[in-house]
Ligand binder design. Structure first.
Ligand SMILES: NC(=O)c1ccc[n+]([C@@H]2O[C@H](COP(=O)([O-])OP(=O)(O)OC[C@H]3O[C@@H](n4cnc5c(N)ncnc54)[C@H](O)[C@@H]3O)[C@@H](O)[C@H]2O)c1
Length: 411
């Protein structure tokens, strides 16, 4: 008697229906299904996640051979068993994971988790527009996205999506409210690159206060000697640094700044003042931070409250000669206002890992400014961080496909 797919050999060996009474065994978390014969512990049918319809056909054969009419259980029990199995078969068939865009070389990490579990990935490498995305996500059971705009229309087109996973911490490219209204959880990967971004922040702060890039470029251009005016060479010991956002990254930035003996002011409307003080910083209102610091570094999310928080009005309240550091989100700063402040000299320097828009257009004037250091949204990267990001994203998608409780839900 055939016993279906999955762990076939074991199942075949153990298939001993000495009694016609059949019951459905307890389902272990999201992965296996068992029907046990009355002989205790005898496994009639066992499979892995991707078990096929062949398994169901085998069960029907089993039912036939046992003889439903002579079975010690009644028709109702058999019917219930078959319905239960049918539902499980459906929930374990190959499911589609759509990846809207990715900056990695390939999707081998994701494949090793999702394809190995019997599912398939349908992916676009380059970021597409919101109008194009429905073609990829309409029939997706899970969606993983990096920078693509997963807006309300894209979410409305999802017919059977169980989760949207963001490759990253910020979730501002996903319409969280639309996903919530449609009952789709959105998950992020909140803890994969905290040290990388905090390290990069210090690199940017020190590069601007010590004029690292200007001096290197000047020497490469054949000029020996100080590349900037003397007053541009500053020591953190003499400066006040303003940290906007005291979350995972902001805290790490504060702890890295401490040994440099600068004053540290923190603005975070949600964090507890006592926690900020315990970290050796001073909690302040945004207006104080703007007017009392020499370096301002942003570590808050992009939300309706924070978008454009550095604009012509707020930049005018900053100290002349301030440095602006942004490794959070490009849309926290009005790019035209920043350009104007850089050109006027009110803002002495900027170091930006993120910009609005991304990528920065090739002809954007900010690319020509010597007092600006730029990076293409790469502060989060390191081999372990990227590996953790991709594995976590794929595992979150798999948990949703398996019907398991999700973690890192942000909506
Ligand atoms: N450049 C990169 O590659 C990169 C990588 C990771 C994260 N990020 C960005 O950095 C941001 C911060 O990351 P995190 O891990 O510290 O997030 P987090 O959620 O741990 O912390 C965010 C903090 O911002 C605070 N906040 C919320 N609204 C605020 C407001 N109006 N003003 C000031 N603070 C406010 C919150 O209270 C919280 O403490 C993310 O939202 C993401 O956009 C960028």
């Amino acid at each position: 008697m055939a016993a279906g797919s999955g762990d076939n050999s074991t199942a075949r060996q153990s298939l001993q229906l000495s009694s016609p009474v059949v019951r459905i065994g307890k389902q272990s978390p999201g992965t296996r299904l068992r029907i046990n014969a009355v002989k205790p512990g005898v496994s009639v049918f066992q499979n892995k996640r991707a078990f096929s319809c062949r398994a169901f056909a085998s069960l029907v054969t089993l039912a036939h051979n046992v003889g439903v009419g002579t079975c010690a259980v009644g028709h109702r029990t058999w019917l219930a068993a078959c319905i239960f199995l049918f539902v499980r078969v459906r929930s374990h068939t190959k499911m589609k994971v759509a990846v809207t865009d990715y900056s990695f070389l390939d999707l081998s990490v994701e494949e090793s988790i999702l394809q190995a579990s019997g599912h398939f990935i349908s992916a676009w490498k380059e970021r597409k527009s919101a109008a194009e995305l429905p073609a990829l996500v309409t029939d997706a059971d899970a969606v993983i996205t990096q920078f693509a705009p997963v807006n309300a229309d894209v979410i409305a087109s999802m017919q059977q999506t169980r989760v949207i996973v963001r490759y990253g911490i910020g979730v501002d490219n996903v319409d969280l409210a639309a996903a919530r209204a449609k009952g789709i959880p959105v998950c992020n990967v909140p803890d994969y690159c905290i040290d990388e971004v905090a390290d990069h922040t210090l690199a940017f702060i020190l590069a601007t206060t010590r004029q690292v890039v200007s001096n290197s470029n000047s020497l490469k251009a054949g000029k020996w000697g100080l590349a900037t005016s003397l007053d541009q060479m500053k020591a953190l010991r003499d400066l006040a640094v303003g940290v906007v956002g005291f979350g995972r990254i902001g805290r790490e930035v504060v702890s890295r700044l401490k040994p440099f003996r600068c004053r540290i002011l923190v603005y975070d409307p949600i964090a507890k003042s006592a926690d900020i003080e315990a970290a050796g910083a001073t909690p302040v209102a945004l207006r104080e931070l703007l007017s009392q610091t020499d370096v301002i570094t942003l570590h808050c999310p992009s939300t309706a409250d924070t978008r454009g928080m550095l604009n012509s009005e707020s930049l005018a309240k900053t100290r002349p000669g301030v440095s602006i550091i942004n490794l959070a989100r490009g849309d926290l700063i009005d790019p035209n206002a920043l350009m104007a402040a850089l050109l006027s000299g009110h803002v002495a320097a900027a170091a930006l890992d993120v910009f609005n828009p991304e990528p920065i257009p090739a002809d954007h004037p900010i690319l020509k400014l010597d007092n600006v250091i730029l990076a293409s949204h790469i502060a989060s990267t390191s081999v372990p961080a990227v590996r953790k990001l991709r594995e976590t994203a794929a595992r979150l998608a798999l948990m949703a496909l398996n019907g398991e409780p999700l973690v890192n839900v942000v909506n």
